[in-house]
Design a protein around this ligand. Structure first.
Ligand code: SF4
Length: 341
């Protein structure tokens, strides 16, 4: 998997007031990428394509360089107190991705350049909670590692959090382009997580992302660079032969991590879920998907804003949880399972 290069770049004029904005403009000029101006990263017009599907695909390779105006961070993540907004959108094409609906008609990728303001806000949150630790999740609305070779915003954030006493950073990725992050001064305060799954799920539902082997090679590198390492197994999905599929996943994980320091290894487990609006969007964008989304086979769980989600029925979910926790206790007895949801 080659590092992401946008086919088209939009820049907000205000973004050029910031060093990162100017740097990115120069970089894309040198790379000969077409650059256009947009008044706002929230209203990008003119992404090429004759059909909605073409526009969607082109949007996923369009990068918008903008200024983050809403500095209030989102809360209520299972893995962190706050979402730190460095980017929105992703070039991956995972069929099940929840960004399909949360980003609605704006699937293009936005990178924010006003890092100092974002860090100031983060410092306020840390200050409010201290001496409690404050965890920030950097991958709630994007796969930040996948674009960071271009912006280095994540690298700066890692170093910013590394200097705080009570701040922690975490993010998850399906990309392996981590080399520039290996030298970041993280001070052990950033947890680097990789998303992993059974062969079946990666092959059928995760086009446009790094392969399992590439992700694992990157995991070895970041562990060697002293980052606390974690894996998110998501979405845990009941495909035919899933018991064996997930067993094989943990066997391969174990083999690939041979010799790596796994003292602080963590796992997070998330079962597959979908909402009705997501199902409609997915069927339009990936009409041939094998992703099973039969409401009858699932349990309805009430959600925020009145949009409930369909998860596995209680017994099936319990079976998944027991089985996966069992594999972890066999292959990684020292690891902490942070949650199953
Ligand atoms: S890599 Fe992550 S953010 Fe990107 S499309 Fe896949 S699931 Fe969505």
């Amino acid at each position: 998997m080659k590092p992401f290069i946008p086919q088209l770049v939009y820049i907000e004029p205000n973004a050029l007031d910031y060093p990162l904005g100017r740097e990115l403009k120069e970089k894309f000029e040198q790379m000969d990428v077409e650059i256009r101006e947009t008044t706002s990263h929230n209203q990008v017009r003119g992404i090429p394509g004759e059909t909605d599907l073409q526009k969607y695909r082109n949007a996923k390779s369009t990068l918008v360089v903008g200024v983050r105006r809403t500095l209030k961070f989102d809360t209520s993540k299972p893995s962190a107190e706050y979402a730190i907004p460095l980017a929105t959108g992703c070039m991956g094409h995972c069929h099940y991705c929840y960004l399909q609906t949360t980003l609605g008609s704006k699937p293009y990728i936005r990178a924010y350049v006003n890092l100092e303001e974002i860090f100031e806000q983060a410092s306020k949150y840390i200050e409010e909670r201290k001496p409690e630790v404050t965890r920030f999740e950097a991958a709630c609305t994007s796969d930040i590692v996948g674009i960071d070779h271009l912006t280095h915003a994540l690298k700066e954030t890692i170093e910013f959090i590394g200097k705080t006493e009570y701040g922690r950073l975490r993010f998850v990725t399906k990309y392996h382009h981590v080399d520039h992050l290996l030298e970041a001064k993280h001070n052990g305060k950033t947890r680097f997580r990789f998303s992993v799954n059974s062969r079946y799920v990666i092959k059928n539902f995760e086009p446009g992302t790094s392969s399992f082997d590439e992700r694992l090679e990157a995991a070895r590198k970041v562990a060697a660079a002293g980052y606390p390492l974690g894996f998110i197994v998501a979405p845990i999905y009941r495909h035919q032969g899933w018991e064996e599929g997930y067993k094989e996943l943990f066997e391969r994980l174990k083999d690939s991590l041979d010799g790596v320091n796994l003292k602080e290894l963590t796992f997070e487990l998330i079962q597959h879920r979908f909402t009705k609006p997501a199902k409609n969007v997915i069927m339009k964008r990936y009409p041939k998907t094998k992703l099973e989304m039969d409401e009858e086979q699932r349990k309805y769980k009430w959600g925020r804003y009145g949009i409930g989600k369909y998860v596995y029925k209680t017994e099936e979910a319990e079976e998944l949880e027991t089985m996966i926790r069992g594999y972890i206790s066999v292959y990684f007895p020292q690891a902490e399972v942070q949650y199953f949801t």
